[in-house]
Design a protein around this ligand. Structure first.
Ligand code: NOJ
Length: 806
């Protein structure tokens, strides 16, 4: 069963059957104003923070057929009554002749045909604007004239999203709506909780006369809400009651009589759902976006901004499914994770429990440093601001209040209250930013540490370089019995929560990688002394890891507080962990022989046709001494599931070892764009990476969940572009060091880098995986494989030949 197809020319995925196994969504706008829109037109919109300033009431936990946040009803006048239906399929579920949801770059376009009407609706947020537009075109495709009404509806939530759920006493007493009639029959309906009336309002309006409106859900649904969203009784009357809600469940429904449409005749209606400090402050923007030409222009600007974003790298490889991901869907997902961290999706529901994750966003930054360098720098600064003066970092923070917390660790006060990996990611992220942009001045920028005095002022400040050094110093000093980093509450794997005193090999490896990055940076800055100090620290940890963590055919993953290993052949469950092998390569700690053996063990014991499992075998029963991992049945999530975030690390490790065939095979087996024909097993959107897929210990092996907001996006993009295609930003320029499947003849890439455009052609005449023998830039031979950063705004032609050295 297929639910749609990829349209690469339009850079869309087109859903043709709305009964997808779970809701498939897209994002509009940014965290500043925006949210998610599902393929049946439901929308969860917020401004700045989905927990503290949520606008629409989208309850993901309701069944797929239910109204969520907003919809559009059409009404055909028939005899003395009406036929009422939604062109979005949900919530009326009418049989349609045609349904298409075009999942585009920053927009959803739903086209449907039923009862002789074609409706074509594009939902999007114009770049930088605090408004969701709905550009609605309705055409009579029947042979007879038809009289049509259009009723767009939104349902509001209290801005404090959790209070809406938990306090059914206070919330309904405060929610209010007020209508403002304007010239030519136009209408704006404002909505606010009473306490915000004078400082912040939501509004819903359109560019056509409104004959009546409804703001009270009970009246709209009718019969004391025994009327339903599928059949709202309010729409059976000629007009809505035009009642201004003084309390209760607030909606905004605007009834537009579009008149009689002759066969072939069309009408256009544009709605705006926005937020502003006051109606007066909103008026100019409202007027501007009532103009259909301005709406067209906004959509063109949106397309242009995505064109700019994507033009940073466009590839042409022998694999169309890889091109599709690299050129469209993977960078779009990186854009999404960068803007939303792990805050708002159908799985992370944005009620305040997450916010911006320190480690998550640091990794997300790495996926957009090339395409959004200024935004990346701003987010890096924010992250550095929640790093402690000790060098460790807070786990997450709220983007509006900047209030930071220790995350889930707070639920286990018996365990250490920090994550041992968080702060180390910032070293990788800042170095990625510097190598991409060459903006070395950033290192001198002074950023306060997280701690504040009673007066709210920072207790300590330091340059960005100081922050990075503090990060590795913290880990160097925070070690356990084997001299390995202490686990803290957890490392990257949130769910293994061992007793205080446990040690983490993941954190050891991440520390190793951070030290290599720092040493590389300091060498470039000419500080050979500092570089060799960090390399000595690297050697020191490498020796400790190799002395105690080699298990015979792979590296162990943890040592518990009593010194027993986890991720060892001696364990009944959790015998081998993927990250302990891949990161031993990424850190440079594994010796060449051990690296190969470890990665082969990963392949033999953890690889499946649906991706690499995080560990095996899964734990089978809750065990508080192991922690969160044992809350899952075997095969689910971190407990033996295919945790996709960790798959690109295996791709990178194989590429670093020169094994292009395996790196590429690992890439292909998790490429969602290749799952379209297996979608009834996979279930999630085929145009984004999910966070997890059930592993082969689970009866539903292959089932994906938690799509969109996952570190997989950034790392899959890095793995493919920097390690398979091998385009690696370095301080000196763009290194080209591919690791390809031997069957490939080569590939082409157009890559923007530090103010110049590189048209790169890689030829692989000997069909090898690894090794550049020749490079020509603009026709001239160049020594080595690093293209200089020309920064001249011009296009340069780079010819790269792979081959065995003569
Ligand atoms: C999802 C979390 O967002 C991420 O921070 C964590 O590393 C992974 N789960 C693995 O536990």
């Amino acid at each position: 069963m297929e639910y749609g197809y990829f349209d690469d020319r339009c850079r869309e995925y087109v859903i043709t059957n709305p009964r997808t196994p779970v809701k498939w969504i897209n994002y509009v706008g940014t965290l500043g104003f925006g949210g998610l829109v599902d393929h049946t037109g439901g929308a969860l919109i917020c401004a700045g923070d989905p927990a503290l300033n949520r606008i629409t009431r989208y309850l993901a936990l309701l069944p797929a057929s239910e109204f969520k946040g907003q919809t559009l009803y059409l009404r055909i006048h028939k005899g003395g009554g009406y036929r009422v239906f939604s062109p979005f399929f949900v919530p009326t579920l009418d049989p349609y002749d045609r349904f298409e949801c075009h999942v585009g770059l920053g927009y959803m376009r739903i086209v449907s045909e039923l009862y002789g009407l074609r409706t074509d609706v594009t939902l999007f947020v114009p770049p930088g604007e605090p408004r969701l537009l709905q550009d609605i075109r309705i055409t009579n495709i029947a042979r007879q004239p038809v009289q049509v009404d259009a009723v767009p509806v939104v349902e509001y939530t209290h801005p404090d999203a959790l209070k809406q759920i938990t306090n059914a006493d206070w919330v309904p007493q405060t929610m209010q709506s007020k209508a403002y009639a304007e010239a030519h029959g136009l209408l704006v309906v404002a909505q606010y909780p009473f306490m915000l009336r004078d400082v912040r309002i939501n509004y819903f309006t359109s560019n056509r006369p409104v004959s009546s409106f409804e703001t009270d859900r009970r009246r709209f649904l009718g019969d004391n809400e025994y009327g339903t969203w599928a059949c709202p009784l309010g729409l059976q009357a000629a007009e809505l009651s035009s009642y201004e809600a003084l309390r209760g469940d607030n909606i905004a429904a605007l009834l537009h009589h579009l008149g009689t449409l002759a066969p072939g005749e069309a009408r256009r209606l544009v709605t705006q759902l926005g937020q502003a400090p006051s109606l007066d402050a909103a008026r100019a923007g409202i007027a501007a976006y009532r103009d259909e030409a301005r709406v067209d222009q906004a959509l063109a600007e949106l397309a242009a901004s995505w064109e700019r974003y994507l033009s940073c790298l466009q590839a042409e490889t022998p694999d169309p499914a890889m091109d599709r991901m690299l050129n469209i869907h993977n960078p779009r997902q990186c854009h999404t994770t960068f803007h939303w961290s792990r805050y708002l999706s159908l799985y992370q529901t944005g009620y305040g429990e997450r916010g911006i994750g320190f480690r998550d966003s640091a990794q997300d930054v790495m996926g957009v440093v090339a395409s959004l360098p200024e935004e990346a720098r701003r987010l890096l600064q924010q992250l550095l601001g929640v790093q402690s003066a000790s060098g460790a970092a807070m786990h997450q923070f709220n983007p509006l209040t900047m209030e930071a917390s220790v995350g889930d660790a707070a639920e286990r006060p018996d365990l250490p209250q920090y994550y041992s990996d968080d702060h180390l990611w910032i070293v990788l992220a800042v170095c990625a930013y510097l190598k991409e942009t060459g903006d070395l001045a950033f290192l001198d920028q002074v950023v306060p540490y997280h701690e504040r005095g009673r007066d709210g002022r920072p207790l300590a400040i330091g340059s960005v370089r100081h922050h990075l050094e503090a990060a590795v110093e913290f880990t160097r000093g925070d070690v356990g019995a084997h001299g390995l980093p202490l686990l803290g509450f957890a490392d990257w794997n949130d769910t293994v929560n061992l007793r205080a005193g446990a040690e983490s090999l993941f954190t050891a490896h991440l520390y190793g990688r951070a030290l290599l990055e720092l040493a590389d940076l300091l060498r470039h800055l000419g500080d050979a002394g500092a570089a060799s100090k960090y390399l000595a620290w690297h050697d020191e940890m490498k020796a400790r890891v190799n002395a105690c963590a080699w298990d015979g055919a792979w590296y162990v993953r943890y040592f518990d507080a009593d010194g027993t290993p986890l991720g060892s052949r001696t364990n009944a469950q959790g015998q081998i962990y993927a990250n302990a092998q891949s990161w031993a390569v990424l850190s440079g700690f594994a010796t060449p022989e051990r690296a190969r053996l470890a990665m082969d063990s990963l392949y033999e014991r953890l690889n499946t046709p649906c991706g690499i499992k995080l560990s095996t075998p899964g734990f089978n029963g809750f065990d508080p001494a192991r922690g969160g991992i044992t809350t899952y049945p075997p095969g689910a999530k971190e407990n033996g599931g295919i945790f996709l975030h960790a798959n690109p690390w295996a791709i990178i490790a194989e590429a670093l070892l020169g094994n292009g065939d395996r790196a590429y095979a690992y890439y292909c087996q998790v490429n969602p764009a290749a799952k379209n024909d297996r979608i009834d097993t996979f279930e999630c959107e085929p145009y984004v990476y999910p966070q997890n897929i059930l592993g082969d210990e689970h009866p539903q092996f292959g089932l994906a969940r938690n799509s969109w907001l996952t570190g997989t996006a950034s790392w899959a993009y890095q793995a493919a572009t920097q390690y398979i295609l091998g385009l690696q930003p370095t301080y000196a320029g763009l290194r080209i060091d591919p690791c390809l499947p031997a069957a490939w003849d080569g590939f082409r890439v157009r890559r923007q880098f530090r103010g110049a455009v590189y048209e790169i052609e890689v030829a692989n005449p000997q069909h090898i995986s690894y090794g550049v023998v020749r490079m020509r830039v603009d026709g001239h031979p160049v020594q080595g494989n690093v293209v200089p950063a020309f920064g001249d705004g011009a296009a340069h032609h780079v010819e790269v030949t792979m081959g065995h050295p003569a």
